[in-house]
Design a protein around this ligand. Sequence first.
Ligand SMILES: [Zn+2]
Length: 290
Amino acid sequence: MTTAIGVVITDHIAAARLEDLRLAGKVLRYPGDPDRVEPLEAIPDSELVDLLAGQIESLASGKAGPVDAIGVAVPGFVRSGVVEESPNLPQMKGTRLADQLTSALKERGIAAPVHIANDADAIAAGVAATRGRLDKLTRVWTIGNGIGYGRWPHAEGVWEGGHITVTLDPKERYCGCGGIGHLEGIVGYRAMRMRFLDLEPEEVFANAKNGDMRCRKFVDLWHRALAAATASFIHLAGPGRFCFTGKNVGFLELSLLRTHLETMVRMSPLQSFWLEILPPDDETALIGRA
Ligand SMILES: [Zn+2]
């Protein structure tokens, strides 16, 4: 039996023990109360490492036996255990997370190897593993404050799909990274709040349903942006499965997305794509990370 501890950092932290890719025991969550608003970006990186080490320690200790590996999923661009960029957790930029967490765990008497990966990649791996599709290309969009893009199987590269350019309009400048015309600058939650200073994103989508023209126009743009980014990845790596998840996946209307996507992908060998909404739970990412 292989025992791993998976940790997923999104707008909260979830950690669990997994035995042979199944959740064993309950999922630890920080903040413990889902309604408590305590943005993780306010926690200095060294405290965040301590917090992670504490959660892992409580899952690793006890009678359950030793742990073989520890996997941590982080929103951002991760390479060789270093968080090279993370627009939505800016304090993590440059953090040598694998090294720091390994030494924090060593102080607590835990010696299992630590692997760091991108959070959306972890979900893609989790989808592939739980559906028995480890041989097939699976891509994931995570729709939250930022927009994450993940893929399975792992491939060398940057894959910052949330920052793909979907418009040449110079006024599109709401992306968290500062880039012009980015997907996240239209679809990301923070970007929507900056665009509609008078409405919360939930109100924008509700007003659109009630026929408000300004909001309807934006909801259409939102879907077209996501379709454009998806079409670009279809034109690069081919059709296949795309899963949509994340805290704000409720905004997504799959039929509207598909309508736009069909206008953008016209080559018949590329039209066999599959779109699917995944409920935004932590379990898939935890399994993928393990
Ligand atoms: Zn960007």
